[in-house]
Design a protein around this ligand. Sequence first.
Ligand code: AOS
Ligand code: ZN
Ligand code: ZN
Length: 388
Amino acid sequence: MTTFSEITDQLAVQAIELPSWAFGNSGTRFKVFGSPGSPRSVEEKLADAAQVNKYTGLAPVVALHIPWDKHEDYAALRRYAEDLGIKLGTVNSNTFQDDIYKYGSLTNVDPAIRQRAIDHHLECIDIMRETGSTDLKIWLADGTNYPGQGSIRGRQDRLAESLQVIYDALDENQRLVLEYKFFEPAFYHTDVPDWGTSYVQVAALGDKAMVCLDTGHHAPGTNIEFIVMQLLRLGKLGAFDFNSRFYADDDLIVGAADPFQLFRILCEVIAGGGYGPDSGVAFMLDQCHNIEDKIPGQIRSVLNVQEQTAKALMVDREALAQAEVEGDVLGANAILMDAFNTDVRADLAAWRESRGLPADPMAAFLESGYLAKIAEERKGGKQLSWGA
Ligand code: AOS
Ligand code: ZN
Ligand code: ZN
């Protein structure tokens, strides 16, 4: 097996993008629980995100959501982030909260509504120019609830036309990443339900359009690492939205429900050339913390990704290739499982310390008193929630 000391250079380049909305209050349709000290402004969300990077060295970028993170001065917001040692990243568009999008946005049969949705994306691209963001992420709530409600073919054609207008507005250094999801909020059909549809749409647009794979957006039992392999093989995996699910789009902490699945996904990412800053694959979290504290929730998340990445980097790929050639089924499986079953926690802790980071970022953050400090300082004002 590859030793831990042989993989540290690769571990050192890992960067995971945090979702700004993970720091606001969130919940389910039953209840949104507030936590003391939850952010009341985009700046406070960024300050909280910077804590995750401070204790882990793993999270230097924060993704924004428009309109949730609308700001009167994005250049100032960018400087504010840079002063905190982080950068503004992917801009997520939002066409799922306005009444006019009840029957769809980029797919809507009404050209005026489609134009409104396109204009929103053009506004996001303008914001990206100011924030220095390179990725525009599109997730659509578009779909229908009943057979016959809409022409599923017509909607697909209109989606292609709308995306083309948005794509044509991108600068040279900007990309469009199209996220898929098999259901919810629409329940009969979703306009971008699967990786194949996302691939077909982005392939028609050109090189700057890529697929975004949200790990929570698949039917139970789906072999997600196969999709990862295929998209990398096609040169079209642009981004991950990492999270974990027990039932549907749960948006729980990545690696919490199924660490082995996360390991298998990362094995395919590494094997397929999708790892590292020049790979073109953005590692983003798409999570909400409904009952747990948000900052520790995000710290736990990036550490989970780091831990499984370390194991995936330690797989003895030469031995694996050899076992495959020899038809050694159980030997090959054992090579993979050896890496997965290796406890890398002590090595990671020592390596963190050697880089001036706390051996145990969770403990160090909790001991810092930051949660009590924000609970005290952030009194009054309106706390932000997912969707606000
Ligand atoms: C929705 O299910 C998707 O995962 C999107 O990425 C969404 O924009 C994100 O969850 C923020 O709400
Ligand atoms: Zn997502
Ligand atoms: Zn989702």
